[in-house]
Ligand binder design. Sequence first.
Ligand SMILES: NC(=O)c1ccc[n+]([C@@H]2O[C@H](COP(=O)([O-])OP(=O)(O)OC[C@H]3O[C@@H](n4cnc5c(N)ncnc54)[C@H](OP(=O)(O)O)[C@@H]3O)[C@@H](O)[C@H]2O)c1
Length: 344
Amino acid sequence: MTQATSIHLAARPEGEPTEDNFRTQTRDLPDPAEGEVQVRVIWLSLDPYMRGRMDAGPSYADPVEIGGVMTGQTVGEVIASNAEGFTKGDIVTGFTGWVSHANTKAAGLRKIDPSRAPIQSALGVLGMPGMTAWTGISELIGAKEGETVVISAATGAVGSVAGQIAKARGCRVIGVAGGAEKCRYAEDELGYESCIDHHAHEDGKAMAEALKAAAPDGVDGYFENVGGKTLVGVLNNMNTFGRVALCGMVAWYNGKNMDQSMPLPAAWGTILKNRLTVRGFIVADHWDRFDAFLSEVAPKIADGTIRYREDVTEGLENAPATFLSMLNGGNFGKTLIRVGPDAD
Ligand SMILES: NC(=O)c1ccc[n+]([C@@H]2O[C@H](COP(=O)([O-])OP(=O)(O)OC[C@H]3O[C@@H](n4cnc5c(N)ncnc54)[C@H](OP(=O)(O)O)[C@@H]3O)[C@@H](O)[C@H]2O)c1
């Protein structure tokens, strides 16, 4: 019988989570039921949205129950099938959670062709993060040639793709990232005009000054991933009729950096005076545009116009620590856990 290891939510965090919020369990996995396949996980994606699932309360998706398996998308190999259309050896992606093996409904799986791209790219550039980047730049900001676009978390899974799509559309791209190494990468490898190290600027005022210097003619589009002092700095530099794609606000996810903000009346007034469009979005609402995303982005990945980095940690047991580190900027590129070896 297959032994399955899984990582569960042990307790809801108060503020910043710790490894004590997670619990690991191993059990025998029965054969897959009718309509299910048994998957051996090869790659687990770690994403900031998982922090939200650890909390109770209303959101766009249900929280993980205490004791439940941590939610997450994986890529794996079918090792047994009790479902039409799937056979042993198929490579699939789906939401099995933080597990080594799972019996999962075939209806929730998508097959991947391993000859087209590295299979883990279905969790990154060619998957949800890439699609999120494309949605924000093309559907919400509507980035046009000659415009200035700012990207926060600019070297991360979403930000790095967003910035390069904007660049390929002829925009002037200013990145914001944490640390000199990430900024160097943003300028030298991703091709941004410049990158501001937010660690080197202590508050929103300093960020605003740095952005003013980097974008003296103002900002037309902002791909918002972080909130905090970066948001304050960008809002103070937005041009009339600018557009903000509100994708995430990771600086505030653990209840930290709450002093890095601006009063709501000031933010509201800035939006009004500059006639800004600010649109929050969840990529799941845009999935019908996945083919449009693929047709623009996949060829650019294949020909090297869009580059990407993966930050790989070996071993499912290291998922909690890796996840906590990512929330604080410890990752450099798409955060992945290598759960098991490639298929033969
Ligand atoms: N709306 C949607 O449907 C959707 C879908 C996917 C992702 N998202 C959001 O997109 C954002 C990026 O996700 P991702 O998967 O690409 O993660 P990521 O950028 O690869 O990793 C998270 C990054 O957040 C940055 N960060 C953490 N704390 C910060 C702080 N205090 N100030 C500024 N930056 C901070 C760090 O980058 P630096 O070291 O550069 O600061 C860190 O590397 C997140 O907010 C996520 O929730 C939204």
